[in-house]
Design a protein around this ligand. Structure first.
Ligand code: HEC
Ligand code: HEC
Length: 587
């Protein structure tokens, strides 16, 4: 570890205070540093733990996971990236400076601005995390031990001081304006420390890094989650049952805990992290059927109590009244095909979970022209069984308007300026909607009316809605003006081959897109489950359908290119991407 350098703050002032504006700025900074609150200043301690989650998602492509500067895109950046793992570098960082750097970015050097994306609080959390990238857990523990031994007698275990007139090390407003080397200077120059045992440079460094973390929000793990397992068919609590608690972060499962219900069907999980980034879901199995607590929930800020009940039901093989409460079509267009994400929310008006006859619960048919059919929420790979004229769901349908949900993606090729789709309706539908990206095409249907336009992610969509479709009929819609589509580059990146991206997206929707769509549709919990089920039970990929679809697309691309219907660059890029995907699937 490097020796700490001793720059006094007076030196720094005379160095920087050259010229009127510089001095004025410095004056403002100094006056700010003497306590006046400003929007620049953090209100309370930042959370390195929450910063870490943001870091992994947003900063690693360039800075690398460790912060050394070796992210996947780092090679394409001309200038040098900072090495956040270098203690000598970090010791000179004034945290408040980083607020500005991260907010405004240095776009000329490829550091993006983040102010539109993150709140000040989130940026402070990122800074807290960055400040620790040069410190190992062992360093921190050693620092904590030295602090307890040499400093706590005066400054207190938690840094707030045993007497008055001692600095408050939990005050992030003050600490965030000093680099570690400035703190080091103040420490070594204070006469109060004359009798403090001498420490090696390493020990001093570790102690000061630890000292600064006293101002950070300390992760709380005193959360208590309680709930009751209730049989809603009989309205009785369920004693002596096993329930599982899933901890999710970024929609991925972190951990699963198990508990037993007591005589009143109650369960308790304690010592849980209360971070708002962690979401909880409770699961119970009754008569071989999985039930989840409805919405994933988090602890409210500063709270450590959370209640999540789980409802289960008796089962029946007699149709209790199954219909489609919501039918949604998400329509995306490309020059050669229409992608449809069809969402069916199936309701059960009875009081028991419908398990069907021979396990067949809900039958449905997809358009005859559909290709590359992929079910997005098939956790076992065998949930949907083909029948003579379509598919049947084998999953039980719980009581309520959102008893089960089916999300299926398919593609309808088109080769002209308009395409008419016939959607067979297998059961009565309460509400139907179509959400189509605004790309210059027109949607018409005698069962739908234009409702409004809405922004989902970067795209503008038109929403069409309708009511009361009769089971056994066909629902038709026509999409015209397909010969003149325009594309907004995905993610606003003008260099991205938009048309290609649009042609090629055959995977499941991004989770963030999903969330946005669900919100646009009114926050359906059955659809939220679509996101969460696969993360709880990883989904096997169906290579066979994917392979078939990719082959078909390659043939179609070639045909179109031959007929001169496709832009040359789009063609080459699309072909290369399909081929790469195909090779991957085959391997
Ligand atoms: C597209 C690549 C890229 C991404 C993504 C990126 N950075 Fe940077 N960052 C850079 C580059 C390049 C620099 C160096 C710029 C310079 O020296 O002017 C930099 C510099 C910085 C600095 C200033 C370091 C110093 O002391 O000079 C901070 C702090 C920083 N980044 C934080 C972040 C955080 C936090 C994130 C995620 C929210 C992030 N960066 C995402 C490329 C990136
Ligand atoms: C004998 C009591 C005592 C012990 C032990 C002690 N300090 Fe202090 N410390 C003080 C007092 C009193 C002040 C405030 C007066 C001053 O700044 O001179 C202070 C101030 C500080 C400051 C702030 C200096 C400034 O001016 O901002 C730092 C940093 C600090 N101590 C770090 C430490 C560290 C690290 C240790 C352990 C290695 C430690 N102190 C041990 C009494 C103590």
């Amino acid at each position: 570890m490097k020796k700490l350098s001793y720059i006094t703050s007076t030196n720094a002032i005379s160095f920087f205070c050259s010229g009127m504006i510089g001095c004025l700025l410095l004056f403002i900074l100094i006056s700010l540093s003497h306590g006046t609150a400003s929007a620049q200043e953090p209100i309370s301690g930042p959370s390195a733990i929450e910063g870490q989650a943001l870091w992994s998602e947003n900063c690693t492509p360039c800075h690398g996971q460790t912060g050394v500067g070796d992210g996947s895109t780092a090679a394409s950046i001309a200038g040098p990236l900072p090495d956040f793992t270098d203690p000598a570098f970090i010791q000179e960082v004034v945290p408040t400076d980083y607020l500005e750097t991260i907010k405004e970015g240095r776009i000329e050097n490829m550091m993006p601005p983040w102010k539109g994306r993150f709140s000040d609080e989130q940026i402070w959390n990122l800074i807290a995390y960055v400040l620790l990238l040069s410190t190992s857990q062992a360093d921190l523990e050693a620092g904590q031990a030295t602090y307890a031994q040499n400093c706590a007698s005066c400054h207190g275990e938690n840094g707030t001081g045993e007497e008055t007139n001692l600095p408050d090390f939990q005050d992030w407003q003050s600490l965030s304006q000093q680099s570690l080397s400035v703190i080091q200077t103040a420490y070594s120059q204070s006469l109060a420390h004359d009798d403090v045992a001498t420490m090696s440079d390493d020990e001093t460094w570790q102690t000061l890094v630890y000292l600064r973390t006293l101002a950070f929000a300390q992760p709380r793990i005193d959360g208590i989650l309680t709930g009751q397992l209730i049989n809603r068919t009989t309205d009785q609590p369920m004693p002596d049952m096993v329930v599982k608690l899933h901890l999710l972060q970024n929609k991925a499962r972190l951990e699963t805990l198990t508990a037993q219900t007591d005589a009143d069907g109650n369960y308790t999980f304690s010592d849980l992290p209360t971070s708002p980034l962690i979401e909880y879901m409770v699961e119970a199995v009754y008569e071989d059927i999985f039930y989840l607590s409805q919405e994933p929930a988090s602890f409210a800020p500063a709270e450590n109590l959370l209640t999540l009940d789980v409802e289960v039901y008796d089962t029946t093989t007699t149709d209790p009244g199954i219909n489609i409460t919501q039918l949604h079509y998400l329509i995306s267009l490309s020059p050669i095909e229409i992608r449809i994400d069809q969402i069916m929310v199936v309701g059960n008006s009875g009081q028991e979970t419908y398990i069907g006859q021979d396990g067949k619960t809900f039958q449905f048919t997809l358009p005859a022209e559909a290709e590359g059919i992929t079910f997005q929420n098939d956790t076992t790979g065998s949930r949907f069984v083909p029948t003579d004229d379509g598919y049947t769901d084998t999953e039980p349908i719980a009581p309520g308007t959102e008893g089960a949900s089916i999300v299926v993606t398919y593609f309808i090729p088109h080769d002209g300026d308009s395409s008419s789709l016939t959607m067979p309706i297998s059961a009565d539908v309460d509400h139907v909607s179509a959400l189509m990206q605004d790309q210059g095409a027109t949607l018409t249907s005698d069962r739908l009316e234009f409702a409004n336009k809405r922004q989902i992610q970067d795209q503008l969509y038109s929403l069409f809605t309708g009511e009361n479709l009769e089971g056994g009929t066909d629902f038709a819609l026509t999409i015209s003006d397909l010969d003149n589509l325009t594309f907004t580059p995905p993610g606003g990146d003008p260099s991205a081959p938009a048309a290609v991206a649009s042609i090629l997206s055959n995977g499941p929707l991004e989770q963030t897109t999903w969330l946005a769509i669900i919100m646009a549709l009114g926050g359906l919990s059955a659809l939220l489950a679509v996101i969460f089920y696969p993360t709880i039970y990883p989904q096997p990929e169906n290579d066979e359908t994917k392979q078939k679809r990719l082959l078909l697309m390659l043939v179609r691309l070639d045909e179109m290119a031959e007929a001169g219907e496709l832009d040359e660059t789009v063609y080459h890029r699309a072909r290369a991407k399909y081929k790469a995907e195909l090779i991957q699937v085959i391997q």
